[in-house]
Design a binder for this molecule. Structure first.
Ligand code: SAH
Length: 396
């Protein structure tokens, strides 16, 4: 492939790339030479002309280029891109071979050296999202690489995330290779079976990133009155019910998600409990006004801060939610609370929850911390990959 263009950086702006951070922001660029198309390979040079490596050009995004390689002699081509996918999938072999599960995130974007590609495997089905111009340019190669993985029968695309618009890309969904995903698709995990709605569900259909948290819920649920707030398809609820919860109430604003929760209950031969289709803020206030009490509250809201500018507003929402949840806890109860906003650090999240406890007049102790699992890795050079954190609190 010929050189489509060259980005020359402002003086001093090569520092983060020297540390192998993969993003080039628009403000760091001094000059674009050539006329690179969105997604094309561009050679990135320091101000003094030193070649720093090759990146995918994304002129519509704040992030103008995402590095494919820090080796200027290694040209990004189909072999490199396909090799990255195969290597990333190979790093999940231990997890998928453990017998614990048949479902894992195979490729986690920059964290696996494939900027803009998320690929989640559920048994023989891969559901992928392409979110950047660079990934878009290689979409056929990516689809072939995913379809070539051992045991994969179907590759389905769910490129309908909002972030695509920031790259000037229209939403797109559909089956790329093999048959359409089965309507009976499930994720198997430590004896449980969870409904995966690959075509209509959130993201790729299931929250693989809460795998370690699901194990924690298994530990905490027995004999408790459980409230699962933002339940989605009820994975936590099924586990709680199966592990001897006294009762389970799930709240979500999505009717189809709650319907999937009912199906997941049946698949696991448990009564998944009460399902409430409602807005959380209203529902929690209603439970408080009726003086309902629970012994375990699970609070896993959607991403409330999409970027740094939204952190203050999101912090207030996290505090409100945690305050309401703490008020519903019986003495000696436990709160499991998460934030999946990358812009809200683990430190800040703990401070927000601490503030909520003060306002609720409750004394609480952290007894466990929860994280995204290892198939959602965090490169040392790219800490932005870390987004999910949770606290388990025992409340007096
Ligand atoms: N804990 C779930 C994932 C939760 S994702 C799991 O492990 O599978 C967040 C959920 O919040 C989604 O299902 C979404 O439908 C729901 N949601 C978003 N805003 C909401 C609101 N205001 N009230 C109730 N539910 C909401």
């Amino acid at each position: 492939m010929r050189v489509a263009g060259t980005l020359r950086l402002q003086p001093g702006r090569d520092r983060s790339l020297q540390r192998r951070h993969p993003w080039v922001f628009s403000g760091a660029v001094d000059r674009v030479d050539g006329d690179p198309a969105p997604g094309a390979n561009v050679l990135v040079r320091a101000h003094d002309g030193t070649e720093l490596g090759w990146a995918a050009y994304s002129p519509e995004s704040q992030i103008w280029a995402r590095m494919w390689t820090f080796d200027p002699t290694e040209r990004p081509d189909a072999a490199l891109v396909a090799g990255r996918v195969a290597a990333a999938a190979g790093r999940r072999d231990a997890l998928l071979g453990s017998g614990d599960t048949d479902s894992a995130r195979l490729v986690f974007s920059e964290a696996d050296g494939v900027p803009g590609l998320v690929a989640d495997r559920y048994g023989d089905t891969v559901v992928c999202q392409l979110t950047t111009a660079g990934a878009e340019a290689w979409s056929e190669v990516l689809a072939d690489a995913l379809a070539a993985l051992p045991g994969v029968r179907c590759v389905h695309e769910r490129s309908d995330a909002d972030v695509r618009s920031r790259e000037g890309l229209a939403p797109r969904t559909g089956t790329l290779r093999g048959p359409a995903p089965s309507p009976d698709l499930v994720a198997h995990e430590r004896g449980f079976r969870f409904v995966v709605d690959a075509e209509g569900g959130h993201k790729t259909g299931f929250y693989l990133d809460q795998r370690d948290s699901r194990r924690a819920v298994e530990y905490w649920a027995a004999d408790r009155r459980v409230l699962n707030v933002f339940s989605y398809t009820g994975a936590f609820s099924v586990i709680a019910a199966a592990r001897g919860a006294h009762s389970v109430l799930s709240i979500d604003s999505s009717g189809p998600a709650l319907e999937a929760a009912r199906r997941s209950g049946a698949l696991n031969s448990v009564d998944v409990g009460d399902l409430m289709e409602a807005d959380t803020f209203t529902a929690l206030r209603g439970l408080r006004d009726r003086a309902r009490q629970f012994d375990l509250v699970l609070l896993d809201p959607p991403k409330l801060a999409a970027n740094d500018r939204q952190v203050d507003k999101a912090s207030r929402a996290y505090k409100d939610l945690n305050l309401l949840a703490l008020k519903l806890l019986a003495p000696g109860g436990a709160l499991m609370t998460w934030s999946c906003s990358g812009a809200v650090s683990a430190d800040l999240f703990q401070k927000i929850v601490a503030g909520a406890a003060v306002d609720a007049g409750r004394t609480a102790r952290i007894v466990d911390r929860l994280h995204q699992p290892g198939d959602h890795p965090v490169p040392l050079a790219f800490p932005e990959a870390e987004y999910l954190k949770g606290l388990v609190l025992e409340v007096e």
